[in-house]
Design a protein. Structure first.
Length: 472
């Protein structure tokens, strides 16, 4: 234990030094060939090594090559820096090492509070048992879709857990053209098939077109296909758009569709005062996915699925073999009865610590700060003659293109596709690309609490510098 105590102190110092040094270093840099070889070709060790030696390797060969998301000028994908509180308590969760499937211990009890707090933050109605932490929105989506599938087939007099989908009437699910790919993966995994996955066109603001949704539902009804599930976005990854949630909720109610909201990235945007009205209807969802490891900065992995009613997921998943029977579990039972995971890590400690450290006011400030910077970036883009804003800024994502005056469309397409990797290699900012309306585009997602307006100016300058490298 003396070795562990000394190594733990060294590890804490190493983590603190790393986090302190991140803003002053490159956002990202390629892994050297020597270190790449070490990382990928190590032989399985025959003999163990002291804990202190392991930390030397971490310091010299692992920490120098981060993803980049700890830096204030990281604008890629939807990856936040780690919250200090989450970093602080992660080793303690590992030291306890519980399985949070169930039982009477702090891991389970604290998860009840963490889930309730997340629901309260975004204004989603919460009943005890109606939610659990997951690895992320992908698993949350699978959990929600499996629950919806169970209800839809039960309404037809079938038990999908017993019969599967064999011989049953096809069922259709609907998502917008801007929906996250995890919805398609979930549909494929659960045997629903992409043949019955309807892609709903979006309007000029990249929000689901509810008129088109109604048309697709009507076409399926005429064809003898059962509509059963619609997924709306509360903050898409591409543009940050929020679908017309209230209108979609009304359509779902009219046709008895399960109404799911993907708020993995954007649900916390409801805390931004000027954006809040656009989230009206979120509280009407049957299920809501959100990721504390995104906007909140809880260290990965920490997702969440919330349900309006706890009975649905329990009906879909509960399976208690004799060796897990717990007569003292109470009316809620075990968390493992509400999803696919039996062994579940102590995610709640990181979520709880992050929320306690920030408080509601601190979380609101974080959301306001980052959404405000995204709007500032949009203003900077619109003030330049060599950039074009492609979508309204609703949350903390800005989608745009670099269009030097006089450039022809084909060249602009190639240029915007080539810019992101060059910006990344230069190391002063990190940007990713995407496609908007079929064309190559740039997107910046602001999540870091330390990002400033000056960082946005550096980003635009780095894009211009990368463009010059590409064209010379």
């Amino acid at each position: 234990m003396d070795d562990l105590r000394a190594a733990a102190r060294s590890a804490a110092d190493l983590a603190a030094e790393h986090l302190t040094g991140v803003p002053g270093g490159p956002v990202w840099r390629p892994v050297s060939e020597a270190d790449r070889a070490w990382l990928t070709r190590q032989p399985l060790p025959t003999n163990g090594r002291p804990l202190a030696d392991l930390l030397d390797d971490v310091r010299d060969r692992i920490l120098p090559y981060p993803m980049g998301n700890g830096h204030p000028r990281f604008f890629g994908w939807v990856n936040s820096p780690p919250s200090p509180a989450g970093v602080l308590v992660a080793p303690l969760a590992a030291a306890m090492n519980p399985s949070c499937a169930g039982g009477d211990h702090t891991g389970v009890l604290l998860e009840r509070t963490a889930v309730r707090w997340l629901a309260e933050l975004v204004g989603f109605p919460h009943r005890p048992g109606a939610g659990l932490l997951t690895s992320g929105a992908s698993m949350a989506t699978i959990t929600a879709l499996a629950t919806a599938r169970h209800r839809a087939l039960r309404d037809q007099g079938h038990d999908v857990r017993e019969t599967g989908l064999y011989g049953h009437r096809p069922m259709a699910l609907y998502m917008s053209a801007e929906a996250h790919s995890c919805l398609r993966k979930a549909a494929e995994l659960l045997g629903l098939g992409t043949r019955y996955l309807r892609t709903v066109p979006v309007d000029s603001a990249f929000r689901m077109d509810t008129g088109e949704l109604r048309r697709l539902i009507a076409a399926d009804l005429r064809a003898g296909v059962r509509p059963f599930f619609v997924a709306a976005s509360a903050g898409t990854v591409n543009t940050g758009a929020v679908d017309p949630l209230d209108d979609i909720a009304a359509i779902a109610l009219e046709h008895r569709l399960w109404f799911h909201v993907d708020g993995a990235y954007g649900a916390l945007g409801v805390l931004a005062h000027d954006a809040a009205p656009g989230f009206t209807g979120l509280e009407r969802a049957d299920s809501l996915a959100l990721d504390p490891h995104k906007w909140l900065g809880v260290p990965v992995d920490a997702g969440c699925i919330l349900f309006r009613e706890p009975a649905g997921p329990r009906d879909a998943f509960s399976l208690v073999p004799p060796y897990l029977r717990d007569d003292d579990a109470g009316e809620l039972g075990w968390f493992s009865e509400y999803g696919t995971e039996q062994t579940r890590p102590f995610r709640a400690l990181r979520v709880w610590a992050t929320i306690v450290h920030l408080g509601r006011d601190g979380i609101v400030h974080l959301v306001q700060h980052t959404t405000g910077l995204a709007r500032t970036l949009a203003e900077l883009i619109e003030a330049c003659d060599d950039f074009e804003l492609l979508a309204p800024v609703v949350t903390s994502v800005a989608a745009f293109r670099h269009c030097p005056p006089g450039i022809d469309p084909d060249r602009a397409e190639a240029l915007n596709a080539a810019i992101p990797p060059v910006v990344q290699r230069r190391g002063r900012a990190f940007l990713t690309g995407t496609r908007i309306s079929g064309a190559a585009a740039l997107r910046a997602c602001v999540l870091h609490p330390g990002t400033t307006k000056g960082d946005l100016t550096v980003l635009l300058d780095e894009i211009r510098a990368a463009a010059r490298e590409v064209t010379t």
